[in-house]
Design a protein around this ligand. Sequence first.
Ligand code: COI
Length: 355
Amino acid sequence: MSTTQTTQIEIIKAATTKINDVDFGNLSFGSVFTDHLFECDFKNGEWQQPVIKPYAPFLLDPSTRVFHYGQAIFEGMKAYKNEADEIWLFRPDENFNRFNKSAVRMAMPEVPEELFMSGLRQLLQLDEAWIKKGKGNAMYIRPFMIANGTGVIANPSDDYKFMIILSPVTSYYAGDVKVLIAEHYSRAANGGIGAAKAAGNYGAQFYPTTLANKQGFQQVIWTDDATHTKLEEAGTMNVFFRINNTLLTAPVSERILDGVTRKTLIELAKSEGINVEVRSVLVDELVAAAKDGTLQEIFGAGTAAVVSPISGFSYKDEYFELPKLESTVANQLKEKLTNIQNKLEEDTFGWTVKI
Ligand code: COI
C-alpha cells in the first residue's frame, strides 16, 4: 500500500470475547488487553495492508533487530466514554506528532497520519464495550513500532511492525508516591534520545528505580547528567513544583520528554490564574524551599499517571515530607483536566476529539 492511498483496514474478528473474565473494578494498570489489536508492517519501503485481528502472541526470529539494538518506540494515549456512550480522545494529534518525531530520532519510518488515526479509531470502535464510563476509567492506548528485520548487523532495520493495543485502566499509582532525587544515575543526556519515547529510555531506568524501590520510593526524579543540580522528570511522568504560590516545571529539551499532560497542565494552570514559570528548577532551591516552608506541592503529570501528588522526597539521605494541604493545585488541575477528558465540562481549548 502506498502512503498516499486511503487506508482500507482488513478486519478479522475474534471468535469469542474475553470481556466477561475481566474484573473491571480491580484492574492492575496495563495488564489486561482487549480482544483485538491493530497491525501494519513496513516492507520494501512501503506500509503494507493494515489489519485489525484478534489479540494474540506472535512469532519473531531470534535475530530480529529490536531484540539486539532496541530500535523501538511507543506512545501512551487514552480514550474516554461519556454518559452519552460517545468515545473521546484527548489531543491525539500531539501523540501522533511525537510518535513520528521519535521514529525519526530512532531511524524508523514515519507512520502516515491516516493510517495511525484510522487504525486507532476502528480498533476503539470494535472494542468499544471494553471502555468503561465514569471518571477514573479510561482505555489506555499503546501504539508502538519495532524493528522487525532480521540479522544482527548493527544497522537500522529495513522492516518494521507498527501495532496498537488497548488496555482498560483506572489509576497508575495506588497510594502515596515518594520520590528519590537522583545523585548519580541519569535518564538522558544532550544529544541522546531523551526527548524520544524510545523503549530504551524506560528500560535504562529500571535498575536505578529498582534500587529506589528497595528504599521505599516509587519513583526517581532524574537530574541533568552534566551537573546533577537541575530537576528534570520522573520515570513515568513530568514533574511540577509549587513554591511560594508559583508553579514551576522544567522546560522540555533534548533530555526531557515533551509530555502532553505537562503542556496541558501549564495551559490549564494559566487559565485558572495560577502563576506558572517554565524554567530550570535546582535541587538546592527545592531543598531550601522544603526547609524554609515555602515548598507547597510536588506532583507528577503524565497520560498514565494523570496528576499524581508526591508526598515526600529524599536527597542525599535526607527525607523531606510535603505539607498535607486541604486544597491543592494538583487536585484543582486534575479535576479540571479529567472533567474535560470525560466531557463533564466544556472543552474551550478544543482538545477533545470524538471518534
Ligand atoms: C504514559 O504516561 O503513557 C507513559 O508512557 C508512561 C509509561 C511508562 C507508563
